[in-house]
Design a protein around this ligand. Structure first.
Ligand SMILES: Cc1ncc(COP(=O)(O)O)c(C=O)c1O
Length: 422
């Protein structure tokens, strides 16, 4: 199999580095994206379609990052994009919202089990911040309990004291507990009785660089009861999992009901919109918080979300992605075994995490991922991967061939630390 090179990406990155801090910053860039070694990765895309993107050098990739989640139906989904184009003809960012705002509110309330109301913004971080503000407005309390290693965006309160730009005051109201540690949560609630506004958590544990963990049996039911008893708002950050596990919300998937639920990534198949859904008892508090943004009620992304949610419901997208994920991940683990590697799969099949075990510093794993990328299968080495509904059996078969050849290359040429020039 031919391996890719990226001269045009490198050229563009050199230009970017002169005018943009970090060149390409954030999760799509080589630093945050942990592109190890950077020579194995493209740095700029030129177009995308279905399950694929093409880089600026003309290389095609099966994209298992799905733009870190938004691509759920396939890039350029014809139904979603037709809804956007039709709306653009009528207008997008205007002095008043269109009737579609109300249509989408009704659709969310009808789709998401826990939802009595819905509120729209742009990014996932807008929704986690708003959830905390609603919880504070409703309870008159300040503190928030977060799970260690969880990610809720980049607002200062979600980051760590000591990180650049973050002060101790930014995180002074945060308390932390391990995911799944019900007794630890109970202890924190008792120690800070009457001070905790909100417990915010993802529905299952999907950190970077670590095995993903599903909620222990009975965990969410007990957490739900505890939050109700203690008057703490239970906010589920479904920004990453939302719609991939269950169109009714990931709380419904795990058999409980959140007070607030945050959605973003898959909501509009890549068009820029996010949502908070909430229970009736928080409606007044939500209405009382000053919270808005220049583009939050723009009509085209709202039209995209209506089309996307409708289509996800119709095709039962979570079931489709879960089945494809099961097929792919079992094949990947088998490919590893054939070459003497134990590839451990964790998390949910529609957005699994994988790593080679007995592999300090992910030395073999990073080399294997790099070998896959150079052959047209875009994985990252530190983050959970994503399935989209446009992925075909032929794509899965191609991926498994690449994975097999990449394992063989790691066996032959060794881990990252053994490679000259990597
Ligand atoms: C669980 C979770 N919460 C919040 C966010 C923040 O979303 P955004 O980057 O759209 O602000 C992310 C983004 O990856 C996420 O995965």
């Amino acid at each position: 199999m031919k391996t890719y090179t990226y001269p045009k990406s490198a050229e563009l990155f050199a230009r970017a580095a002169k005018v943009i801090p970090g060149g390409v910053y954030g999760h799509l860039g080589p630093a945050e994206g942990c592109f190890m070694p950077v020579q194995a990765y493209p740095l700029f895309s030129s177009r995308a379609e279905g399950a694929y993107f093409w880089d600026v050098d003309g290389n095609r990739f099966i994209d298992y990052m799905c733009a870190y989640g938004p691509n759920i139906l396939g890039y350029n989904d014809p139904d979603v994009d037709a809804a956007v184009q039709a709306q653009l003809k009528d207008g997008n960012c205007v002095s008043f919202p269109t009737a579609k705002l109300v249509d989408l509110g009704e659709l969310m309330v009808d789709t998401v089990d826990m939802a009595d109301w819905a509120f729209f913004a742009k990014n996932g971080g807008d929704t986690t911040m708003f959830s905390l503000m609603i919880a504070r407005a409703a309870t008159g309390r300040k503190k928030v309990v977060l799970t260690k290693g969880g990610y809720h965006g980049v607002a200062p309160w979600t980051q760590k004291a000591g990180h650049p730009g973050i002060t101790p005051e930014d995180v002074a109201n945060n308390l932390y507990v391990d995911f799944g540690d019900f007794e630890g949560l109970e202890r924190l609630f008792a120690e800070h009785r009457g001070e905790i506004a909100c417990f915010m958590s993802t529905p299952y544990y999907h950190p970077v660089f670590d095995d993903n963990r599903l909620p222990p049996d009975g965990y969410w039911k007990k957490v739900r009861e505890l939050c109700t008893r203690e008057g703490v708002v239970l906010a589920i950050d479904d920004v990453r999992c939302g719609f991939r596990l269950d169109v009714r919300g990931s709380d419904a998937h795990y058999g409980f009901e959140a007070d607030l639920e945050c959605f973003c990534k898959a909501l509009a198949n890549g068009w820029n919109i996010s949502a908070v859904c909430g229970k009736d008892w928080l409606r007044e508090a939500a209405g009382s918080v000053m919270y808005t943004g220049s583009y939050w009620l723009s009509a085209a992304p709202i039209a995209a979300a209506i089309a996307c949610v409708g289509k996800m419901r119709k095709m039962d997208v979570a079931k489709v992605c879960t089945e494809k994920g099961r097929k792919l991940t079992s094949g990947l683990a088998e490919a590893g075994k054939r070459h003497g590697f134990d590839l451990k799969i964790s998390g949910e099949p529609a957005m699994w995490f994988m790593r080679i075990t007995d592999d300090p510093n992910m030395d073999h794993h990073q080399a294997w991922v790099a070998e896959c990328v150079r052959r047209g299968v875009f994985f990252t080495n530190h983050h959970n991967l994503f399935i989209n509904a446009a992925l075909t059996d032929a794509d899965i078969a191609f991926t498994l061939d690449v994975a097999d050849e990449a394992f063989a290359a790691v066996k032959k040429d060794g881990p990252l630390s053994a490679r000259k020039g990597w």
